[in-house]
Design a protein around this ligand. Structure first.
Ligand code: AMP
Length: 188
């Protein structure tokens, strides 16, 4: 059973590539961003608490996302694709423990490399259709700041475990997908 993390800055194409990977390998797609947006859309107590944090582009607390991931792993007995999680080293350590608790381990972490100007361009482009309240110039800057400060060290965490697979995130959606699949197939 494969368990994969797709990693990269906001706007790197994690969501787009996740859709293709799910089709290719029959994985369950777990996007913490999507799960959190759903809580806001249906106005749960949790949704009300996290809306302003997400609108500012900051990370929500680890407890909230860890619980979501724990539930997702417990519920599905399939391989999983984690998208938008882990976002800091503490979350990466928790993921290892949660997977071990369920007798699983990580196959690899696929890291999409995209230059900053292109990330901003893509997010502003997406803003025209996504309806996401955090796809605006000011929030994008804070999301990239959070990424640099908290999320980027996650790459070193997986690198030190020999689990990081780096893929160039520039090019057509199809060519990037082909590159990712060929890397994953080497590690299956
Ligand atoms: P995303 O859809 O992955 O770009 O996430 C959108 C927003 O959801 C982020 O800017 C954070 O506010 C929040 N978020 C998503 N995943 C996490 C996570 N693993 N830890 C903390 N906050 C998260």
């Amino acid at each position: 059973m494969m368990n994969i993390v797709i990693f990269g800055a906001p706007g790197a194409g994690k969501g787009t590539q996740s859709d293709l990977l799910v089709k290719q390998y029959g994985l369950i797609h777990v996007s913490t961003g999507d799960l959190l947006r759903k809580e806001i859309a249906v106005q749960t107590e949790l949704g009300k608490r996290i809306k302003s944090i997400m609108d500012s582009g900051s990370l929500v607390s680890d407890d909230i996302v860890v619980e979501m991931i724990d539930n997702a792993i417990a519920k599905d007995n399939y391989g999983m694709l984690f998208d938008g999680f882990p976002r800091n080293v503490a979350q990466a350590e928790v993921l290892d423990k949660l997977l071990a608790k369920h007798g699983r381990k990580l196959t690899c972490m696929v890291s999409l490399d995209v230059p900053r100007e292109e990330l901003i361009r893509r997010m502003l482009e997406r803003a025209k259709v996504s309806g996401r309240s955090d796809d605006n110039e000011e929030t994008i800057k804070n999301r990239l700041k959070e990424y640099e400060a908290k999320t980027k060290p996650v790459a070193d965490y997986y690198e030190s475990k020999g689990l990081q697979v780096k893929v160039n995130g520039m090019g057509s959606v199809e060519s990037i997908s082909t590159a990712i699949i060929s890397e994953i197939d080497k590690r299956k």
